[in-house]
Structure formats: structure tokens, C-alpha cells
Design a protein around this ligand. Sequence first.
Ligand SMILES: Cc1cc2nc3c(=O)[nH]c(=O)nc-3n(C[C@H](O)[C@H](O)[C@H](O)COP(=O)(O)O)c2cc1C
Ligand code: SF4
Length: 678
Amino acid sequence: MSSDPLLQPYQLKHLTLKNRLMITSHEPAYPEDGMPKDRYRAYHVERAREGVALTMTAGSASVARDSPPVFNNILAWKDEVVGWMKELTDACHEHDCAVMIQLTHLGRRTRWDKADWLPVVSSSHEREASHKAFPKKAEDWDIARIIEDYADAAERMKAAGLDGIELQAYGHLMDQFWSPLTNDLDGPYGGSLENRLRFTFDTLKAIRARVGDEFIVGVRYTGDEDLPGGITREEGLEISQRLKDSGMVDFLNVVKGHIDTDAGLTDVIPVQGMRSAPHLDFAGEIRAATKFPTFHAAKIQDVATARHAIAEGKLDMVGMTRAHMADPHIVAKIMRGEEERIRPCVGANYCLDRIYQGGMALCLHNPSTGRELEVPHEIAKADASRRVVIVGAGPAGLEAARVAAERGHEVIVHEAANDPGGQVRLTAQSKRRHEMIQLIQWRFAECERLGVSFRFNSYADADTIRAEQPDVVVIATGGLPHTEVLDAGDDLVVSSWDILSGDARPGSNVLIYDDAGDYAALQAAETLAASGAKVEVMTRDRNFSSEVMAMSLTPSLRELQARDVTFTVLWKLTGVAKDGNGLVASVGSDYGAFTRERQVDQVVVNHGTRPLDDIYFDMREDATNQGEVDYEALIAGQPQTVTRNPCGAFQLFRIGDAVAARNTHAAIYDALRLMRTV
Ligand SMILES: Cc1cc2nc3c(=O)[nH]c(=O)nc-3n(C[C@H](O)[C@H](O)[C@H](O)COP(=O)(O)O)c2cc1C
Ligand code: SF4
């Protein structure tokens, strides 16, 4: 048997968990009609099959009708959930993976204009900054009804054959009762700590009455709100002890912080550029104080840190949740001695941000996640080997090379620079986004393992590519910044890339006109502000940085706000002219014939990229398909068979920003779904 601390079994009551790795509850927003159907099941089964010991399904599965989901959660108040959860549980059990579910009432962390339009309920009238609903204050009949709802939902999960449940108590109704900041009830449920905990213990009693003593019940809770006037660390320890002493709880799943603001949520679930495992020691302190089964997750992205958490006795079960979104095969790779092949989670938080802003979780780094049924993680071998030539070694080109090589093709990549990476290399220059380089490093290492040939410093043109005698050509040359958007003065502006690459020296009084709303403008603003410049970021949109989502914005906004960078919405840059040693920027509006001016010494225009597509158009006529993609076949996972030129010598495809400016996920997804059938 392995001596790896992570691979040791863990005994939780009667349940043997086969190793120490778990996936904590996270709702990827995949339910259909509130039910975990085929897609949902496939997502969990993929991870169960590859070795994770426990998957905590759902995330905020709703126990009551006045807790309507804000991002498509499982409706645990419906009886039909039993059948779906049973199918999921049985399928995971086949792989010896335990299954639990997180149940909750969201309290004020939802909205009244969802589902049944019931008033939002909480233990005070205090509005939550994130969801903005003003709650009604819970009456005795609300409390009694919700306690029954919890018990009903727990009973459904037991009926579905789950191994257990956990109750969510950070930012939701349960700890809204706990926190002095959100509980101003009189009577038995308000005031003293004992009263504020009464709702939790009444709920636990009702649940135990339904599911008995054997069924596993845990609580995922904040042990320190990190907010003036909120639950303190001392109170958190006291709560931990009381949960244990109640005899009704089987494990503690420790969280630190508060989630009522985007910034607070980001500290609880840290993103790229933030410290790794920031709350691990805190969870370890609770374990030491209570000597009770302790679970925890928060940016434990790598196996070494997870192993340390177990070896040092900080935790009993380690959550690697986003890490399993990026690579569902972590445990299998550890067991095969292939740890270095694990696709690392880069903390981009595209997954979590997207449940609010994109309707479902997708992984920036792994497009198969959440698409297990139509774009499986495993790449099938091709029937015959072909010669595939790829131009460009950015994320799209590298993914195309990796997938083609996995299929057994002979793969040659031409790259003009002397390193792989493309735009990502520029992005990763900011310390805050340095983790992005792992998107490149992982793909490059896989390509090397698979025998892909790289030709760096190769300014390939159509003749270079033809000389390779390819069967398939993939143009992944990316794009170049486009700044020619003004009525006058295009020659006086620089691009955000010029700032990031150091090609343009930072000015001292700078206007950034952001017409793309992406990371490049923010990163340019950070670089400029850090150099001491006065910076204004302007957009004609109603919101700034519209393409960078809430949590991903947090670290950047912290830096920019600390340096007094200002954001101006609803104004658009129309022209730039010289004015002595400086510049005058003319500003207009989509809302009327209003004009304003800015005196600055540098103007940065961020307007996305335009495709670098010369080679593609030079080669198009010689290709059998003349560049045409059969979208129906692409979506259905079928091979591309378009023939427009029967005399053509090769198939030609274009992917990523070489087609149109999009994002890294789009570029990688283009490559994966095209090449998996080539
Ligand atoms: C898409 C997504 C949805 C999540 N939803 C929930 C949720 O509903 N309830 C919960 O307690 N945690 C939720 N989480 C937080 C995770 O359980 C976990 O605490 C967090 O991702 C930090 O762990 P990690 O760094 O290992 O990913 C969610 C995370 C993600 C990525
Ligand atoms: S999107 Fe980013 S944070 Fe989320 S799992 Fe993928 S790599 Fe990790």
C-alpha cells in the first residue's frame, strides 16, 4: 500500500473514504429544470471514476421555495430530486466514491424577483450588498416552516442513497442567524450566541428525527467572518465546539471570511495572484481545538500543498475543487506516478464567475469540463496518422498540437517568437496574472512528451508551410492590437499591449480608452498606476471592464483603487490632438451631442485585436476545403469532410483570435473540438 498521506483511507463514522481528496460543494449551474440530469451526472462520474474519495454535490441546493436559486441550483424541495440524485449517487458508488450534498436556505442571499416571487427572508432587514434584496424579518411561522423544509430535503437525500449531507452556514440563512450583523430578532432566535444558534440546532434536531443517527450530517460554516461586528474567531471556535458537542454533527467543513460582497467572496475563495491556501492554518486550528473531523478547501491547487495539509494534521479531508475542474484525473495521476502531468488550475476563476455572468461553469483551461458527454476528456486515437502543420504556439496552437499528437498524428509547429505562449505570455508578465503561464507550460510539456516538433523563430509563410507537405494545416497566429478607432489622431495613441510589453514608456497623466472591456486595459492601468502615473480608465459602456467578471476583478480593483485610478463610464474617445508637449483628448457620448476634453500626456486605446490571417488567405485556394468549416459536424463531434477544391493538397483551418478576437477559453475550445476529429 502507498505511504502517500493523501492516499490513506479515512474513517468517517461507518463510512470509509478511500483517500483524503474531496471535491467540495460547488454548483456549476448545470441542472436542467432544477434537477441533476445527464450532464450533471457525467461531470461527477468523470471525477468519481478517476479516484476522488468524496464528491459533495450541488452547492446551495435549495430546501425551500422562498430560497430561489440565483444561479441555477438543484431544487432539493422537489420530490423528483430523489430519482435524479439516486442515479447520480449509484453511478458514483460504482467507482467507490462517496456522495453527499450541500443543502441550504439562502436567506437574503437571493432575490425576490426569481421563481415564485416570494419575499426574501432573513433574521434582519439588512440588505446583502451582492444580491441587493431587502429581506422580510423571519416570523415564528417562517422559522418553523423552514426547519421542516430542511428536514424534508434531508430525508429526500437519504432516500436517494446518498452517504450524507452538509448544511451551508456562510453567508446563507443559517449563519445570518448566527451573525450579530444580520440578526436583530427578539425572542428565542436573537440576542445571545445561544439564541442565534438556536435555529441551527432546531434544524439539526428536525433532520436527525428524520434521518436517524447513522446518516452523516456536517456543517460548512464560517469560523470567523473577518468583519467588524461579525462572528469573531473566538466566537467561531465556540460555535465549532458547540456543533461538535451537540452530538448531531459528524464533520466540520471550515470557511473563513464573509461573502456578502464580491471582494469578501474573493477572499474566501481566492483567485489568481492571491495567496495559496490562505485559510489552511485557520482550519487546522479548529481541528486542533475540537479534535473533530475537519474538511476545508480554499485555493489548495497543487498536490504538494494538499499532501502537506494531511501530513501536518491540519485537515482530515482536503478539498481540491477547482483543481478537479481543471483536471478531473488528479487522483488517478497521483496513483500512476504521473503527478507532474496534472493539468494545473491557474486560478483564473472563469468557472465560478461564469455561474453568475455566463449561466454555467466552464474551465478556462479545460473545455471538456462540463462538456463530458459531447467533448470527452480522453482523446481517441485516429485511424490513420496524418502530417499536421500548425502555425502559432499560443494557447490555440498548442492545444491543437497536443490534441493532434494525442490522436497519433505527426505534428509540426512553427512559431515566430523564440518561446511558446503568444498573448498569454504578455498577460503573464503581470505578477498578479503570472499563473496564466501554466496554461502554456502544461500544454508545451504535453506536446514534448508526445513528440511534437517545434520550429521556433520561424516566420513561416505559405511556401514554408507547403514545403512541409502537410495533410492538415492549422492557422493559430492570433491577432494584433487594433487602435485605429478615432476620427483623428490614431497615430498619437499607443495600445495596451505597448504598455504591457514595455514598448511604450508610461506617461504621467494617462487616459485609457477601453472599448474591449477585457483584462488588457486593466493590466495596462495597473502597470501605469504602479509607475506613478495619474490614470483614468474610460469606456462608452454602462459598466467598466464588462468582460472581466466579478471575482476576477477584485485583485485588480484593489490595486487600482489604492492608487486612485478613476473609472469613467458612458464617454467615448473620439479624437486626439497635440497640445504643446501634451495631448488633448476629445470625448463624446452615445447619449447625445455632448463633448468634453481631457488634457493628458498619453492616450492608450484598448480595442481588442484584429486577426493575423495573411497566411490563411494566401493558402486558402490550395486547400481541399478552402478554409470552410462544417459547423454542424464541428458541433456534433464529426470529422470535417468539406471538399470545395478536389485538387487541393491539404485541409486548412483557422482557430482562436486568428479568426476573431475572443478569449483564451474560446481559443482552446476551437482547437480541441476541431482536432479531436482530425
Ligand atoms: C462553480 C463554483 C460554484 C461554487 N458554489 C458553491 C456553493 O454553492 N456552496 C459552497 O459552499 N461553495 C461553493 N463553491 C466553493 C467551493 O466549494 C470551494 O470552496 C472553492 O472553490 C475553493 O476551493 P478550491 O480552491 O479548491 O476551488 C463554488 C465553487 C465553484 C468553483
Ligand atoms: S477556470 Fe481557472 S480557476 Fe476555474 S478551474 Fe479552470 S483553471 Fe481553475
